[in-house]
Ligand binder design. Structure first.
Ligand code: SF4
Length: 174
C-alpha cells in the first residue's frame, strides 16, 4: 500500500499520521488510533479503507469493523467483493450502464435462479440503502440491481444457450 507507506516514511508523530491518513480517506479529522494500527498491521484492511475513501457511510462501517474483520470471514468476503467492485468501477471512470442496458441485465437477473433474498448482514444493509431491489446474486455475492447499474460489472455465469456470453447476453469478461 504505497500511499500508506509514504505516510509512515515521513516519520511523523502518531497524531499527525492519524490526521494524514484521515486526509487520504477524504476526511477532515484524524482516523481513530485503532484503525490506523489495524491498517498498518493489515495491508488488506488498509486497501479496504482506501477503496472506501470519500464514502463516509462505508468508512464508518469499516472503522467499526477492526475486530469483526477477523471474526467473521463471510463479512470479510462480502467486503472484499464490494471493495474490488468499487475499485474496478473507479478505474473505469465511475460509469453507469445506460438505462436500456440496465433493464436488459436486471430482467435476466429477475428470471435467474441465482437471485436470492439478501442475508441479514450490516454490509448488505449498507449496500442496499439506496436500492429499490435488495436481492443478491448468489453466484458473486453482489446486490444484483446495483451490479447491473455499473458499467464495469459483468454477470459471472455463462449463458446456457451460448457459452461465449453470460446470462446478461454480454461477452464473457476475460
Ligand atoms: S448477475 Fe448473472 S448470475 Fe447473478 S443473478 Fe444476475 S443473471 Fe444471475
Amino acid at each position: 500500500m504505497q500511499a500508506l507507506q509514504e505516510i509512515i516514511n515521513k516519520e511523523m508523530n502518531w497524531d499527525d499520521m492519524r490526521l494524514e491518513f484521515g486526509k487520504l480517506l477524504g476526511m477532515t479529522s484524524p482516523v481513530p488510533s485503532a484503525v490506523l494500527k489495524k491498517a498498518i498491521d493489515s495491508e488488506k484492511y488498509a486497501s479496504y479503507l482506501i477503496s472506501a475513501s470519500n464514502n463516509p457511510k462505508y468508512l464508518e462501517l469499516m472503522f467499526n469493523m477492526p475486530a469483526d474483520v477477523q471474526e467473521d470471514k463471510s463479512n470479510l468476503q462480502v467486503l472484499a467483493k464490494a471493495a474490488s467492485s468499487l475499485l474496478k468501477w473507479g478505474k473505469s471512470g465511475f460509469g453507469f450502464a445506460p438505462e436500456e442496458v440496465f433493464e436488459k441485465r436486471f430482467s435476466a437477473c429477475v428470471s435467474c435462479e441465482y437471485l436470492r433474498e439478501a442475508p441479514d448482514k450490516a454490509v448488505y444493509k449498507l449496500a442496499m440503502s439506496k436500492q429499490t431491489d435488495d436481492r443478491i446474486c448468489s453466484a458473486c455475492g453482489c446486490v444484483a440491481s446495483r451490479k447491473a447499474r455499473l458499467r464495469s460489472e459483468s454477470c459471472p455465469v455463462r449463458n446456457e444457450k451460448d457459452p461465449s456470453l453470460n446470462r446478461w447476453g454480454e461477452a464473457i469478461a476475460k
